[in-house]
Design a binder for this molecule. Structure first.
Ligand code: GAP
Length: 504
């Protein structure tokens, strides 16, 4: 049975050390989470799987790790200063602030219908309701009051202000300066670091179209209402590709990436049947997008929500940065003499003339990937003896711990030393983390490793060291399979080859 609720996942994540609330000992900081001993392993494994598939296994990709704090001109000319905002609304009664669409969406159905009716829309088309509310702030405030929209905090009908845009970028000062101009932004998407390095990568690698640049890194968004655990956070991590292609071939590449990304999710244990493809309506497209497919994963409790966006960003970003550099006098005017511009263009593969390429951008959230992978793996089973077990059926390449080596008794040096030496040999295979589990209670150890998704447990017992009842078992260990619960006796001399084959 899959996880039935977000609550169960949150509880498992805390109990077993995957994810903790940020700044918890001081009461926590909303929208910030810390990844614990197992969380960091799972996260690294997801990122490694993405990098392997999108960089190493292709011949048309390069990697990048750009800085997080960026020049404010970058975010100005990318359009983020002007448009990267969500509609915010205040309740004058208690000074609480909400994101307008979240506030309305969380109301009872009859209240949503009344809001929609008051602004001449149908509740069936929620994006249109939100768009109409944003377009008419005075009418929106009136509609919310008349419809009886309640404050989620107080439960009372609110005295709603007019909604206004709230820019989600985090601003930060740079250096010990007192003027108003010395600030930068924490990037709200990793993408901009790719665009600003486009020419550096082309010049240093001699890439020709089509090719892509991949990057994994932190991004920051001052969300009005961070919520739903790690689904909507203020400090997030993204895995982004900007794939540059000749204008006119962009639609074909868009379909290529949609297919590639769906198969990647499948390989991580997130099946296509759980992902809906949303062809984002024109009125909801981001400012840079010609067309976007949102992959909507069926999260426990939340239902279908975006896990990845695959956008056709056209030539918006490279074009905009080139144009604005020319405005700043950094390069010649684009319109006047495109040929002479050394910035952010690349030779057209057929004409050899400089062209601003089109961009297809698959952009996935690492935190949302964690949540989806965990929720697909989370399984409750009733065993033959009637006991229930929770088991994380993670794909082996994602499992935080690949093998736990368990001495049957923690106070028997002979067993512990041998287990340590087996652990050390296995660790050298480079499979990922191998753990020496010497907590002493084999039953508890198995339960713990089921819950954290360890594919194999290796037990060193008295038979292993020739002090048990069966002499034929000397120099063998028990290997327990997480999913089938089968236990097999394997010779120590054959153990590395055995596990290597199982975990590959
Ligand atoms: N560069 C394009 C871009 O940033 P986006 O749809 O805003 O597009 C891409 O974000 C992905 O980043 C989303 O599909 C989601 O997985 C993740 N993401 C965005 N905002 C997030 C947040 N506040 N918390 C967690 N993940 C987020």
């Amino acid at each position: 049975m899959p996880a039935t609720s977000m609550e169960e996942l949150v509880s498992l994540c805390k109990r077993r050390g995957f994810i903790f609330q940020g700044s918890e000992i001081y009461g926590g900081l909303q929208g910030f989470y810390d990844y614990g001993p197992l969380g960091v392993e799972l996260k690294n494994n997801i990122k490694a799987a993405w990098w392997r598939s999108n960089v190493y296994e292709r011949d048309d990709m390069e990697g990048l790790d750009a800085s997080i704090i960026m020049h404010r001109q970058v975010l100005r000319h990318s359009g983020h200063e002007a448009t990267f905002s969500d509609p915010m609304i205040d309740n004058r009664k208690n000074n609480k602030r909400y994101r307008l669409d979240h506030l309305v969406k969380d109301q009872k159905a009859d209240v949503i219908s009344k809001v929609a009716e008051a602004i001449g829309q149908s509740a069936e088309n929620f994006p249109a309701v939100v768009a109409a509310l944003n377009a008419n702030p005075a009418q929106a405030s009136q509609a919310l009051k008349e419809a009886g929209v309640r404050d989620p905090f107080s439960g009372e009908v609110g005295d709603w202000t007019e909604p206004k845009p709230f820019n989600m970028m985090f601003k930060t000062t740079i250096g010990p300066v007192a003027d108003d101009e010395s600030y930068g932004y924490l990037r709200p998407e990793t993408a901009q670091g790719i665009f600003t390095n486009f020419k550096n990568v082309v010049d240093s690698t001699s890439r020709r179209l089509p090719f892509g640049i991949a990057q994994i890194g932190k991004a920051f968004r001052n969300e009005i209402t961070p919520r739903n655990f790690i689904f909507r956070v203020r400090e997030l991590e993204q895995m982004e590709i900007e794939f540059f292609c000749t204008p006119g071939t962009d639609e074909e590449w868009h379909e290529h990436w949609l297919e590639k990304r769906l198969s990647w999710w499948e390989a991580q244990g997130v099946p296509r049947s759980k992902i809906e493809i949303l062809d984002v309506p024109k009125e909801d497209l981001a400012h840079y997008s010609k067309r976007t497919y949102d992959l909507m994963y069926d999260y426990p409790t939340l239902g279908h929500e975006e896990i990845e966006g695959i956008a056709n960003r056209s030539d918006y970003d490279l074009g905009s940065h080139t144009k604005n550099q020319s405005e700043l006098g950094l390069v010649a005017s684009v319109e006047e003499n495109l040929d002479s511009i050394a910035k952010l263009t690349i030779p057209h593969p057929e004409t050899n003339k400089p062209v601003v390429p089109f961009v297809i951008e698959p952009s996935a959230g690492v935190d949302r990937a964690m949540l989806a992978v965990l929720s697909e793996a989370f399984t409750k089973e009733t065993l033959e003896n009637g006991n229930e077990r929770i088991v994380l059926k993670l794909k082996p390449h994602l499992a935080p711990i690949k093998v736990a080596v368990i001495p049957l008794a923690r106070n028997k040096a002979e067993l512990v030393d041998l287990a340590r030496s087996i652990k050390s040999d296995l660790q050298k295979l480079g499979l990922g983390r191998i753990l020496l589990e010497d907590s002493g209670n084999i039953g508890k150890a198995y339960r713990r490793h089921d819950e954290v998704g360890t594919p194999y447990c290796v037990t060193v017992d008295f038979d292993t060291v020739g002090k048990g009842e069966d002499a034929s078992l000397t120099d063998t260990v028990t290997v327990r399979d997480r999913d089938t619960l089968a236990q097999e006796r394997v010779k120590i001399s054959e153990l590395t080859a055995y596990l290597q084959a199982k975990l590959k």
